[in-house]
Each structure stands twice: as structure tokens, then as C-alpha cells.
Design a protein around this ligand. Structure first.
Ligand code: AMP
Ligand code: ZN
Length: 468
């Protein structure tokens, strides 16, 4: 079955055709490890995890690289301001290395809590200084870079086209450029590849231009090329990276080897809070830890995120988490009930289940349409009959959902869950009786019996008792 993915580069859904049919190569921009990852950051990791899982569901092998930004990302997201790592180190009275180690560890703990697969390659910027330096030297050699008294800049006027990924208006930028940060810059959109370190700067390395440190964008170009080659399949990240980081990664790659590094550029939309922006820098951000502290399984957040397409904005609410948490319990309960179920499946049942399976596959292959895919998961989870084969199908779906569907709910949740299932059966029986379908009504009564309850018909309606 074809996979179609929305490509920011072509601005349409493109049929996915990997460069190498055996292995899909993906690069994802990872966290800047200066603070805790917010649930906003993690939304991007969830969408990237779904992408991996969908490709695997379709039989592909994955080689996925994700970087850890531990140097070079300035507070402005541009070329001015303090390095985010150094700012945190100063505020927390630690070394940049301690800051990076601490927050990297917490980030991977979050991924584990959410059952997000770890990419095959994790690469840290500070461990690839040489590769970045070589990259900048090559850009210099190729005539795409120039030196000023403060930095080495990329000269965007040397490209045939800039921008190509985003719609930033560089003419407007020119008009609006009153005081340039560096007046020696040739074009307002030129960006720093390498920055000369002021005295007392904590992170700096030897280079042909003296003690200095890398700009933000060069790390991903250098590490992407090192691990995945000049051209790979997919590049991902949050939507905010399109006009800055990713536009400039493309520029760098074109300057070095004349190629756009990835065929498909896929971007996840933002998680909002109270309809506004959530970010580490604004200080209004929730963490996975906060969800856990309220007593929820963190995977509830993953399920919550499936209620919205990854290319739409999602507004975070605690009511949403509450409802996702209930859904998670129901799905896990359905799995357990089906595992033990021995209702016979007729050919018509099997056909219906096959259709749900196909619809699920079509939905995930249509630009990772998780809200639609979830509707088919529910169709199967709520199927009127219970059978081990249904549990197996739910397990198959879970290779994409990654919600640990086989995890057993706690005792309290279980009793509440069974009640819920019985309530649904009682509802179906009520409808059967209203339709005078006595055979169906008796059949449901027997199912309820098997589940440890006796149903009695009284003047007030059906009454339920525990079967002792
Ligand atoms: P950072 O740690 O700031 O480098 O960001 C890591 C990733 O999280 C990037 O891909 C960002 O685009 C993404 N991101 C940041 N804030 C949000 C948000 N509120 N919702 C979704 N993704 C986000
Ligand atoms: Zn990046």
C-alpha cells in the first residue's frame, strides 16, 4: 500500500519512495538540552515516533539519527544573544557539560516513559566539532562563506534560490534591517556558521579563525551527512524550524555538495496551552513529570496527542488528559478481555475485522492520520464478540500506537473497566428488548452471566447482581 506524506518542500502530499528500498534514512532535530523537555517538545517526538512505527508497519528498516544540541543554539534562535547552554549553566551554577548531561538523561527518561523508540543514532554536537569545522572549511573553499571580525557567515546570495523551504520574505528583511548585529554581513539573511568566541566564553575550540564555536545550523548538516550521507530520505522537526534552522541546513548542504539533503521534509505543529504558545523560555510549560504527578500514566499524553493530526495545532487541557487516560484503560482492558475471550468468530466477523485492519492501514499511510486510525482501533476494541484473534489485531495496531496495550490495568481500574463493559452490554440488551428481539436479549444475558453477573428484568428495568 502506498504511503503519502506531506512534504514541506513541495507543499503537497507526496508518495513516499525511499532512496534505498531496504532502509529508510531519517534525520530528526533533537532537543537543546538546557532545560527540561516540555510536553510541547515531546509532541514532536511523538509524531516522529509514529512516523518510524508507520514505516516499520509497512515493512521498512529504519536508520534514524537524532542530534543533541549541547552548543551553538543562541537564545534568539538566530545569531545573537547568549548560548542557551551557557545561560542555563550560569543560572544553575553548573558547567555546560553538567547541564547537558543532566537534561539529556531526563529527556531519554521521558521518551522511555512514553514508549517512544530511541533512534538508532544519537549524536551530540560537542562530539562532532571536527566534522563541523571541516564542513565550514569546505564552504569557504567553495566560495559560500566569508569571514568578518566576529564570525564566519554563509553568503545566501551565492545560492540559485533562497529561501526554498519557507516563505520568508528576504526583500522585507532587507528593508527592515536597520541596525545589523554584524554590519560586515553582506546580506541580512546571511547566517553564522562559526562564531568567534569573546574572551571568557566557556565553550570554544581551536579553528583557523582562532578560538571559536559553531553556529546552530551547522551541527545538523555535519552530523546528518556523516551518518546518513549527502542525500537521505526524511528530515523532521517542529514547524518553528522551517524558516530558520531547516532553511539554513538546506543552504549549507547546497553550498557543500550541491544537494538538498533530504527528499521529504516533515514538520509537526505546535502544542499550545490555553490557546497560546508553550515554551521553555516562556516558563509556562508542563512536563511529563507533571502528568505523572497527577497520577496519570504518561502514555495517556501519547494517546491524547493522537486525537489531533500532527499538522494541526493541539491545545493541551487536563480534561483532555483525563479522558485519554480513561481511553487508555479501556483499550488495555479490551485487550485483556479479548485475550481470554472465546466467542466464535464467523466469516462475517472476520471480514469486518479485516476491513477495520485495512482501514487502519490506509489511515496511517495517509500522512499519519492518527485521529482516523484511532476510530478503527476503537471499532475493533469495542467489537461485540471477544476473541484472542481480536487481541492479536490490537497488538498489531499497537506496533504503531506504542501505548503498551498489553499492560494490565491496576485492580481498581479493572473492576471499573469490567463495569463499563457490562454497562455497554446492558445498553445493547435494552435496545434488543425495545426491538422485541428476545433471542438477542437472551444471548446478551448469557454473555453477562459468563462475565460473573446476573441480570434481572424488573418494572424499573434491568437490575444487575454479582454472581456469587
Ligand atoms: P528545542 O529543544 O527548543 O531545540 O526544541 C526541540 C524540538 O521541539 C524542535 O523540533 C521544536 O520544533 C519542538 N518544539 C518546541 N516547542 C514545541 C511545542 N510547543 N509544540 C511542539 N513542538 C515543539
Ligand atoms: Zn537540526
Amino acid at each position: 500500500m502506498d504511503i503519502n506524506l506531506y512534504n514541506t518542500l513541495t507543499k503537497r502530499k507526496d508518495k513516499f519512495e525511499p532512496i534505498d528500498s531496504k532502509e529508510v534514512r531519517i534525520y530528526s532535530c533533537g532537543p537543546t538540552v538546557y532545560k527540561n523537555a516540555t510536553i510541547g517538545n515531546i509532541r514532536t517526538n511523538i509524531f516522529q515516533d509514529v512516523l518510524r512505527r508507520v514505516l516499520k508497519y509497512n515493512g521498512y528498516k529504519i536508520k534514524h539519527a537524532m542530534n543533541i544540541t549541547d552548543v551553538g543554539h543562541l537564545v534568539s534562535d538566530g545569531d545573537d544573544g547568549e548560548d542557551k547552554m551557557l545561560k542555563s549553566a550560569r543560572e544553575e551554577k553548573k558547567t555546560p557539560l553538567q547541564i547537558a548531561e543532566h537534561y539529556t538523561k531526563l529527556f531519554f527518561e521521558d521518551l522511555e516513559e512514553l514508549n517512544i523508540e530511541t533512534p538508532e543514532i544519537i549524536c551530540k554536537a560537542t562530539e562532532h566539532i571536527n566534522e563541523m569545522l571541516e564542513y565550514v572549511k569546505k564552504l569557504m573553499e567553495n566560495g559560500y562563506a566569508y569571514e568578518t571580525s566576529t564570525a564566519i557567515y554563509f553568503d545566501i546570495s551565492k545560492l540559485d534560490k533562497y529561501p526554498i523551504l519557507s516563505n520568508i520574505d528576504i526583500e522585507k528583511q532587507k528593508a527592515g534591517a536597520r541596525v545589523e548585529v554584524d554590519e560586515e554581513k553582506r546580506n541580512p539573511s546571511d547566517f553564522a556558521l562559526w562564531i568567534k568566541a569573546p574572551e571568557n566564553h566557556l565553550m570554544k575550540w581551536d579553528s583557523p579563525w582562532g578560538l571559536s564555536y559553531p553556529g546552530w545550523h551547522i551541527e545538523c548538516s555535519a552530523m546528518g551527512q556523516k551518518y546518513l550521507g549527502d542525500e537521505f530520505d526524511i528530515h523532521t522537526g517542529g514547524i518553528d524550524l522551517v524558516p530558520t534552522h531547516h532553511e539554513n541546513e538546506i543552504a549549507q548542504s547546497k553550498g557543500k555538495c550541491g544537494k538538498i539533503p533530504a527528499k521529504y521534509w516533515i514538520h509537526g505543529e505546535y502544542l499550545l496551552i490555553d490557546g497560546g504558545k508553550m515554551s521553555k523560555s516562556l516558563g509556562n510549560a508542563y512536563l511529563i513529570k507533571d502528568i505523572k504527578e497527577k497520577g496519570y500514566d504518561p502514555i495517556s499524553y501519547k494517546l491524547f496527542s493522537y486525537s489531533c493530526h500532527y499538522r494541526n495545532k493541539l491545545n493541551f487541557t487536563w480534561a483532555g488528559i483525563e479522558s485519554a487516560s480513561k481511553s487508555l484503560e479501556k483499550l488495555r482492558n479490551s485487550y485483556q478481555v479479548n485475550l481470554k475471550g472465546n466467542d466464535e468468530l464467523t466469516s462475517s466477523d472476520l471480514e469486518k475485522l479485516k476491513e477495520a485492519e485495512e482501514n487502519f492501514h490506509k489511515a496511517i499511510n495517509d500522512d499519519l492520520n492518527m485521529p482516523l486510525a484511532m476510530s478503527f482501533v476503537w471499532e475493533v476494541a469495542k467489537y461485540e464478540k471477544k476473541n484472542e484473534q481480536i487481541a492479536k489485531l490490537l497488538e498489531k495496531f499497537d506496533t504503531v500506537l506504542g501505548i503498551k496495550i498489553d499492560k494490565i490495568n491496576s485492580k481498581e481500574e479493572q473492576s471499573e473497566e469490567i463495569e463499563q463493559e457490562i454497562i455497554e452490554l446492558l445498553e445493547q440488551r435494552k435496545i434488543a428488548r425495545e426491538n422485541k428481539d428476545w433471542a438477542k436479549s437472551d444471548e446478551i444475558r448469557d454473555i453477562i452471566n459468563q462475565k460473573g453477573y446476573i441480570v434481572k428484568d424488573t418494572k424499573e428495568g434491568q437490575k444487575l447482581e454479582k454472581n456469587k
